[in-house]
Design a protein around this ligand. Structure first.
Ligand SMILES: Cc1cc2nc3c(=O)[nH]c(=O)nc-3n(C[C@H](O)[C@H](O)[C@H](O)COP(=O)(O)O)c2cc1C
Ligand code: SF4
Length: 389
């Protein structure tokens, strides 16, 4: 994969000049995060300051976890960051731990990069324990992360209590995506005005985007929030074919038309029911069938259920099977209605966001590829490889 950053200092280009220290009060990090308007880069975009403040306010000693699981198959940015600039992630982790007064600090990463990070983390105080994340879609969901850190399987758990109040062994716990931590490290070095010099006033800063599909140079690129979709695709060498749609936000994200001017920000993507999420952008060429691709992804998501909640365990495979029937051009006009019925059955259910994320993805597939749905029901498809599902 190609890795490039726009402008310097950058997440993938920043030199390792030794650990960053905040000269006086470690709690200053909270003020910096607030002034910068930093939000989480793990998908949900939650304000980082609010999480830091909630954890710091706990009575018990908090725990801090850097989440680098990156279970999303179309994402490569956390791996790129942990490989290219691990010092920034470790700096952010240590700064966050000092800011909230944590003693226990964990870095949760895929098994193959854990040894190198363990070696690197050994030089840091407070001690950072590197824990291996299993290679599943949901292993990075925050309650699954906590279960794994506690020595159990990486499965989501009941979230009646927020992890900022009660996470690892009941202690207030800060789970922060590794990119968010790297931003914290840069923020400590360069300050909120620098941070706000990129992005939009409402969504300041940059994000790491993973571009794949029909682009000339698939890879990880840093761009400011609000960057027009066309410019983002151009960072990856431009489209390698005519594009019909773009999947933004990953497998829990949404399809939108490949319009160059669409700003990649929460505000810009809202009208499409999408959000930048963790920065995944998949370009679909005009020659491919969006329904076939959507059915393939829905099938993957159905297989990733953690097997704990009925609507998820039973509903997602039925949803995926119905989409597969549509993609295979079964001429059954009841299929779209059945998709809708299953979407309603699954939405808002289950102990984690996996069913809702899947519902969002399937809804956007049915809306974006409505013309293909009509064609498939009539028994034909103009795309190449339409029988590959
Ligand atoms: C199914 C699912 C999978 C997730 N996987 C990841 C992941 O691999 N890495 C990650 O940082 N966050 C992941 N998240 C989001 C986390 O639950 C959590 O919001 C995030 O780690 C918080 O960090 P942030 O505020 O810095 O974004 C996932 C969420 C869901 C629902
Ligand atoms: S909703 Fe699905 S993925 Fe989430 S905990 Fe329940 S079974 Fe597992």
């Amino acid at each position: 994969m190609t890795m490039t950053a726009v402008g310097t200092p950058g997440l993938l280009t920043e030199h390792d000049d030794g650990p960053v220290r905040l000269s006086h009060d470690p709690r200053r990090l909270l003020i910096l995060a607030d002034e910068a308007g930093l939000t989480g880069r793990g998908g949900a975009g939650f304000p980082t300051y609010r999480k830091l403040a909630a954890v710091a306010a706990g009575v018990e000693r908090p725990v801090v976890i850097g989440n680098g699981a990156e279970g999303e198959p179309a994402s490569g940015k956390d791996r790129a960051l942990l490989t290219r600039a691990p010092h920034l992630v470790l700096d952010g982790l240590v700064l966050a731990a000092e800011a909230v007064g944590a003693e226990k600090v964990y870095l949760y990463v895929p098994a193959d990069i854990a040894p190198a990070l363990r070696e690197r983390a050994a030089t840091r105080a407070p001690r950072v324990t590197v824990v291996e994340a299993p290679d599943t879609f949901i292993s990075g969901e925050e309650s699954a992360v906590i279960s794994r850190i506690e020595g159990r399987a990486a499965l989501p758990r009941d979230k009646r209590r927020l992890v900022v109040e009660s996470g690892v062994r009941g202690a207030p716990t800060l789970v922060q995506n590794v990119e968010t931590l790297a931003h914290l490290a840069l923020l400590a070095r360069y300050g909120p005005s620098w941070f706000r010099s990129r992005g939009t006033p409402q969504e300041p800063g940059t994000f790491l985007a993973t571009l794949s599909g029909a682009v000339r140079a698939p890879g990880v690129y840093e761009a400011p929030y609000g960057v027009p979709l066309g410019e983002l695709v151009n960072l990856a060498g431009g489209p390698s074919a005519d594009l019909q749609a773009v999947l933004v936000g990953g497998y829990h994200g949404a399809w939108l038309p490949a319009r160059a001017e669409v700003p990649v920000s929460r505000a810009g993507l809202r009208q499409y029911g999408a959000s930048p999420g963790a920065g995944v952008v998949v370009a679909l060429p005009a020659s491919a069938c969006g329904l076939v691709e959507s059915a393939r992804i829905a099938g993957y998501l159905a297989r990733q259920t953690a097997g704990q909640c009925g609507p998820c365990v039973n509903g997602l495979p039925r949803l995926a099977d119905t989409l597969i029937q549509l993609a295979r051009r079964d001429r059954d006009t009841r299929l779209p209605g059945e998709v809708e019925r299953l979407l309603r059955l699954v939405a808002g259910r289950g102990a984690c966001h996996h069913p809702d994320g899947t519902v969002r993805f399937v809804r956007s597939s049915m809306a974006t590829f409505a013309p293909e749905v009509r064609m498939h029901l009539a028994g034909y498809c103009t795309a190449e490889g339409a029988s590959d599902v």
